[in-house]
Design a protein around this ligand. Structure first.
Ligand code: B12
Length: 281
């Protein structure tokens, strides 16, 4: 391609780049708001025109793209297909487009990564996917999450300090990594310990870093490690948020969690509330 030639995208490619539905962009084209050219009977948009339109739209909307317009189920389908094909490059490009379009780490975790992993888990359980398929997909998501987290990292004063882990016996690090990324994006100083941590290690880190809050993710049915960690953290005076697809609210609270959350958005809200209530004490 000639270097001077503009990069032309189809409407679908442009919608993917913005992270919105095709119809949304189509309406902007029909209204004349977004310049296009016709190539062989279909619309083409230049990257330059799309960027100009995005800048204008974000300036008008206070730089927050209309989240309702982002078609998450379709994003999940696309990401799922890339992960099953082992196409890390396509997955990375999709996530970069979403980040470029304003998607937050929280949205990516709650609306894209977790639903995709849920689907992968269901097929894995039915024997339709191999362990290798699952491992490859998990590894790609891990790197996408790091990418999203780096792109959205905030500087400035911290809201508080959080320690994040999974308890002994739970090797599902990815869910805890999402919580860590969410709390970091929220403005917490986060110490992410990964998975399968003995209770004494979690407590020691919380004490050394003077944690305001500890978040434990739980994806397994086994309870020994979680109960041990909750007892030890409660005895040491740390408020613990528990979440994850292996446990429900009633059980978590009964086992000694200060609060239970069902999403990364919950983790952020609850951690903020807990820090505020500690400050007021
Ligand atoms: C990837 C994966 C693995 C990987 C983990 C790799 C990694 N680096 O994390 C590996 C291969 C290690 C693994 C192992 C096993 N796994 Co597994 N795994 C999965 C899978 C496919 C995805 C897990 C995941 O990351 N989910 C994404 C997270 C983000 O989803 P989530 O927990 O719902 O989290 C959301 C909310 O709950 C919330 N949240 C999560 N944590 C927290 C914490 C706080 C504080 C808050 C507020 C919110 C919050 O926010 C998240 C985003 O919305 C799931 C399928 C599934 N449905 O999740 C099975 C799944 C969790 N695994 C399962 C099983 C059975 C196993 C094994 C026992 C298999 C085996 N026979 O060896 C072992 C267990 C090993 C162990 N002792 O831990 C079952 C668990 C069933 C159960 N409850 O007991 C599942 C559900 C699969 C299934 N459908 O049967 N697994």
């Amino acid at each position: 391609m000639n270097a001077a030639e503009p990069t032309l995208m189809t409407l679908q490619e442009a919608a993917d780049a913005v992270g919105c539905h095709y119809q949304t962009l189509y309406r902007r084209v029909r209204s004349g708001e977004l310049p296009t050219m016709l190539c062989g009977g279909s619309y083409r948009i230049s990257r330059e025109d799309l960027d100009t339109w995005l800048r204008h739209r974000d300036a008008v909307a206070g730089a927050v793209p209309n989240r309702a317009e982002r078609d998450w189920p379709r994003q999940v389908d696309t990401l799922y297909a890339s992960l099953l094909a082992g196409d890390a490059n396509a997955a990375r490009q999709q996530i970069d487009r979403l980040i470029g379009g304003g998607a937050t780490v929280t949205e990516l975790c709650d609306s894209a990564f977790a639903p995709v992993l849920f689907r992968i888990g269901a097929l894995w359980r039915e024997g339709q996917l191999s362990i290798a398929d699952e491992h490859r997909a998990s590894r790609i998501i891990e790197s996408l999450l790091e990418r999203a987290s780096n792109a959205r990292s905030k500087t400035g004063p911290r809201l508080g300090t959080a320690v994040v882990a999974t308890a002994l016996g739970d090797r599902h690090a990815l869910a805890a990594q999402m919580v860590a990324a969410g709390l970091q994006a929220e403005g917490f100083n986060v110490h992410f310990l990964g998975a399968d941590l003995p209770e004494a290690e979690i407590v020691a880190m919380a004490q050394r870093e003077e944690a305001d809050v500890v978040a434990l993710s739980c994806c397994v049915a086994e309870r020994e490690g979680l109960i041990g960690a909750l007892d030890a953290l409660n005895a040491a005076g740390f408020p613990v948020i528990v979440g994850g697809n292996g446990i429900g609210s009633a059980e978590a609270l009964q086992l000694g969690a200060a609060r239970y959350g069902g999403s990364i958005a919950d983790a952020q809200t609850i951690a903020r509330e807990l820090v505020r209530s500690r400050v007021q004490l």
